[in-house]
Design a protein around this ligand. Structure first.
Ligand code: KG4
Ligand code: ZN
Length: 345
């Protein structure tokens, strides 16, 4: 079964064709990073406009790269939630329109679930029950997948997503957007033990909170330049010396990695999963990958970097395995739909 996936929930316009949820025939991603890096973050209106400009060419390219025509496509899958409303709408309207005029079934996909399905596009496909750490710019969850149709949300962030914390810390210390890769690079030259940031204690051991750590980095940076908490965050970077920046990046990355590792270790002991997978944009972080691998008794698998960050191949894969069709005349986008609210067996 060949599914055309479409993804536009944030700042990537993507289309991909995947066979039987596992084999990628084409995977086209138009990233808006260059546009948004001028602002240090995603501007929703700019993102939506850029999606409109490229959505049709991106879909055409996915078909031509796969060497296929519309008659070869069995279904269309699209991210309908969660995400930026304007961005979601563009992919959604494209998918609904194509579903109607090309007479193809339409399969809506939840973005967080699709990140887990990126792992089915690799050689190490998750075995159920599978413990998934889904960490990206908009989400941070630990989920136990018992089967394709049944999952248990063990915990999630109470405030900022981890990728958001990477992006905000990078901004304070003057590293370019997106913050995750910049912090990872800087951290390689920094001392991860120089600064100790207090880790939050939450009643659910699988919940996270990254907002306090982000603020702790800000306070530490203000202190290093001899200023108090009133000093504006955007004026700090030029006053910090290079080694302080590198050490802040390394200490921050080390602290958040320790938090994720601890929660994953605990979940492994409690739920005894057959596989552990890492997913989402922050799964691209090699420091986190290494720390997890060193501290867990079974192999931790993760997708290649281009399938960690937003893409449409993972949407097409999730659609194949979950296969819940929707009426193309009625499908609505839902900008805020946490996993905890998603219907599941
Ligand atoms: O999954 P994704 O592309 O979009 C969302 O669904 O949010 O994730 C983007 C996030 C950004 O916050 C980015 O800084 C982070 O993933 N990221 C990383 C790395 N590469 C991307 N974070 C840490 N280390 C990386 N190497
Ligand atoms: Zn994502």
């Amino acid at each position: 079964m060949k599914i055309l996936g479409i993804e536009s929930s944030c700042d990537e316009t993507a289309a991909s064709i995947v066979v039987d949820g596992t084999t990628i025939l084409s995977n086209v991603v138009n990233s808006q990073i260059d546009i948004h890096s001028n602002f240090g973050g995603v501007i929703p209106e700019v993102a939506a406009r850029s999606h409109i400009e490229v959505i049709n060419p991106v879909i055409d390219e996915a078909l031509s790269k796969a060497n296929l025509n519309w008659k070869d496509i069995d279904a269309i899958a699209v991210t309908y939630a969660p995400g930026l409303i304007g961005s979601l709408l563009v992919g959604n309207l494209a998918a609904r329109t194509l579903s109607i005029i090309k007479n193809k079934p339409l399969i809506p996909v939840h973005h967080i679930l699709s990140h887990f399905y990126a792992n089915f596009l690799t050689e190490n496909k998750p075995k159920f029950p599978s413990l998934a750490l889904i960490v990206s710019g908009g989400h941070s969850q630990i989920v136990l997948f018992k089967s394709h149709s049944e999952f248990q949300l063990l915990g999630e962030t109470r405030d900022d997503a981890i990728g958001e914390a990477f992006d905000k810390v990078a901004k304070v210390i003057g590293l370019p957007y997106p913050g995750g890769p910049s912090i990872e690079k800087a951290a390689k030259l920094g001392n991860p033990n120089r600064f100790k940031f207090t880790k939050p204690r939450l009643d659910n051991p699988y919940d996270f909170s990254f907002s306090g750590i982000k603020t702790a980095v800000l306070r530490q940076a203000q202190e290093l330049i001899g200023k108090d908490f009133n000093f504006p965050s955007f004026e700090i970077a030029p006053l910090l010396n290079e080694q302080d920046k590198l050490d802040l990046a390394a200490s921050f990355q080390n602290t958040v990695a320790e938090i994720l590792v601890k929660a994953t270790q605990k979940a492994f002991i409690e739920f005894k999963p057959k596989s552990i997978v890492l997913a989402g944009g922050v799964a691209a972080n090699s420091f986190l990958r290494e720390k997890l691998e060193q501290s867990l008794p079974i192999k931790v698998t993760y997708p290649p970097i281009n399938l960690c960050t937003d893409n449409a191949a993972m949407v097409a894969s999730a659609a194949y395995f979950l296969n819940k069709k929707s009426n193309p005349y009625k499908l609505e986008v839902i900008p805020s739909l946490p996993l905890s609210k998603l219907k599941n067996k």
